[in-house]
Design a binder for this molecule. Structure first.
Ligand code: FEO
Ligand code: CA
Ligand code: CA
Length: 626
């Protein structure tokens, strides 16, 4: 497969290139084994009204709630297969910002439908492929920090490049279109707009100067020729999900960083590189034009990526900080909550088939107005173990439990997790904590290898616990309640809030849980966020062919779920080709900002190149959404 074909792969299929799986089992065998799990599935979805069995309690109350009166104040939208956005009657949407839109007046008109954006203007416009985002209130202004996860070089490089940068300038163009945008937004009276030239506006990209803190900062593992101290990395890359600290800063999460590295000469293919999918050719040929991405010249550079990076959106001069204490893996998002004693807890997923769920717990405690120094650089990293009896525990990753040094534990967290027997998961995407109850939810998006192939470290991926279906192409959402209603506790109980599936195609476990119906079905839950009313918003990044196993599901979508009844309703459908990712609300909570990534066709302009964009959605009567 050449580099031009590699560009067309999804990031998870890119993983398979480096780590191919053995021949699949026959489909009949897959289904038979899944059905045999139904006895076990009867034991999940147990929270809610105290029920302990499937089909009574939570789920029957969900069904009856739907039959009588929905908890949601909107009429759900049907599926769509077109290249437009659809929202419920009584709601309106419009684009807030598209990639290439100016953040500064000097870049007004910089985007051309034919040629995209020039390298000179590329760090003065909104980046491509919008993802996680959070809104901050700063001095009475509203400031959004938002990720640009990756680029589609076949869309945004000049025609003659054929989707691959042909010189150093074109590499710079790609580097600038990714990373993070900080921008002020304001309500014009007819929806929100970006405040061009706001002093808060800022682009942070693959070449922006950063610092590192925590136990792995300054270690030999992160030193390079350009940074012999190992304290001054450049760039944050493949910024996927997000988080918001309790003290009002932004957390950007570095996910598929491995794909940016390649080698122009010999390099040592270590076990650690293999576990993280590093080697061979980089996706964008950066290594041909920038030695920082060349494994034969800077073998430690990949160790400086795959972190959670903190950015202060209130200070455009601030230097972003990579927090090594939170571990290095393909970070999805970072959900911060507080333990009962005031310690900081950050829940995090590692989005790759068969990888783990983590939590960081600070040593220090915090309360409003207190200093935050050390909170994200001094603490313990844990990994989740789920048991089939719906109990679970957080296992600490320490030199004692792993036999690794603390620096190694943090830089090679996946290997530390394997040593303590963490549960291999179906691609942990976003984690969201319920603001009204001490519980958290993780979207396990899908895992076609479940039960069929080990993870990249050789750990088995048995059909069990919260990963109950072999060759799982629909996904599920697991939730857990920590012991003693304390996010700092080591023990928890869990259930599945929903198991996605297709009840029109299947009548077994692949039909999904009973709160999935022909009217709300979806696949591949990914982005998630709670609103202030305790409703769980779910965004999908799945198969939108509307065929076969996915018939009747249509385009990717955003739904809302009720943690109490299990009811789920479809709120929005995306243009074909797009995933829905990234969600935050205006300060008055009356406008939702929703990310539309990699749309197809020519959305949203109707002509020229498709452009990822954030849309604003609001209720025409000015009431709260949902
Ligand atoms: Fe960038 Fe796992 O999604
Ligand atoms: Ca995602
Ligand atoms: Ca995804």
């Amino acid at each position: 497969m050449n580099r031009n074909e590699i560009i067309d792969l999804s990031w998870d299929d890119f993983d398979e290139l480096r780590d191919p799986r053995p021949e699949e089992n026959g489909f009949d065998q897959v289904v038979e084994r899944a059905i045999s799990r139904r006895g076990f599935l009867g034991g999940v979805l147990a929270f809610g009204s105290g029920a302990t069995v499937f089909g009574s309690g939570l789920l029957s109350s969900a069904t009856s709630a739907r039959a009588q009166v929905s908890v949601f104040a909107f009429e759900p939208v049907g599926i769509a297969t077109d290249f437009d956005i659809h929202v419920p009657a009584g709601y309106t949407w419009k684009p807030l910002v598209r990639w290439g839109d100016a953040l500064f007046s000097e870049a007004e008109g910089a985007f051309s439908p034919e040629t995209g954006v020039s390298v000179e203007m590329s760090d003065k416009v909104f980046g491509e492929n919008t993802d996680g985002m959070e809104l901050f209130e700063v001095d009475g202004k509203q400031v959004i920090a938002v990720n640009s996860e990756y680029v589609n070089p076949k869309v945004n490089l000049p025609e003659g490049s054929e989707g691959m940068p042909k010189n150093a300038d074109e590499v710079v163009l790609l580097k600038h279109m990714q990373g993070v945008t900080v921008m002020e937004v304001a309500d014009t009276g007819n929806g929100y707009e970006v405040v061009v030239d706001s002093p808060f506006n800022r682009r942070i990209h693959h070449d922006t100067q950063m610092t590192m803190d925590g136990p792995a900062a300054g270690s030999d593992l992160v030193k390079t020729k350009a940074d012999p101290e190992g304290l001054s990395p450049k760039g944050t890359m493949n910024n996927c999900g997000s988080g918001k600290t309790l003290w009002g800063t932004y957390l950007t999460c570095e996910e598929n960083f491995n794909g940016y590295f390649g080698a122009t000469g010999a390099f040592e293919e270590t076990e650690e590189f293999k576990r993280y999918g590093i080697g061979g050719e980089g996706r964008y040929a950066y290594e041909k034009h920038d030695p920082r991405y060349d494994l034969s010249q800077e073998p430690n550079e990949p160790h400086r990526h795959g972190w959670v990076t903190e950015i202060d959106p209130a200070d455009p001069q601030s230097t972003p900080v990579k927090h090594t204490a939170l571990g290095r893996f393909k970070h999805e998002n970072a959900e911060m909550v507080q333990a009962a004693d005031g310690r900081i807890v950050v829940y995090m997923g590692d989005d790759e088939r068969g990888e783990f769920m983590y939590k960081f717990v600070s040593n220090g405690t915090w309360a409003e107005g207190q200093p935050t120094d050390g909170l994200l650089s001094d603490g313990t990293l844990y990994v989740a173990k789920f048991n089939d009896d719906q109990s679970g525990e957080w296992l600490p990753l320490t030199p004692e439990t792993t036999g690794m040094s603390l620096e190694e534990i943090l830089v090679f967290s996946r290997m530390a997790g394997s040593k303590v027997g963490a549960t291999t998961m179906d691609r942990p995407e976003w984690i969201a904590a319920n603001p009204l109850r001490v519980e958290a939810y993780c979207a396990l998006t899908n895992n076609k290898n479940r039960g069929l192939k080990t993870n990249a470290g050789g750990d088995e991926t048995p059909v069990s616990g919260p990963n109950p279906r072999e060759a799982n192409h629909y996904g599920q959402i697991v939730r857990w309640r920590p012991e003693g209603e304390d996010h700092g506790a080591d023990a928890f109980t869990w259930d599945l809030f929903v198991m996605a599936g297709n009840p029109e195609v299947h009548d077994d476990a692949y039909a999904g849980s009973p709160n999935v119906t022909p009217g709300n079905m979806f696949n591949s839950p990914d982005g998630m966020a709670f609103d202030t009313q305790g409703k769980l918003w779910i965004q999908t990044d799945g198969e939108d062919s509307n065929e076969g196993d996915f018939a009747g599901m249509g385009n990717n979508q955003m739904l809302v779920g009720d943690p109490e009844t299990g009811e789920i309703a479809r709120f929005l459908t995306a243009p074909n080709g797009a995933e829905v990712t990234g969600l935050c609300w205006s300060a008055d909570r009356k406008t939702a900002f929703v990310g539309i990534q990699h749309p197809g066709g020519s959305w949203p302009d109707g002509a020229g190149k498709p452009r990822s964009a954030i849309i604003a959605v609001w209720r025409e009567d000015g009431e709260l959404i949902g």
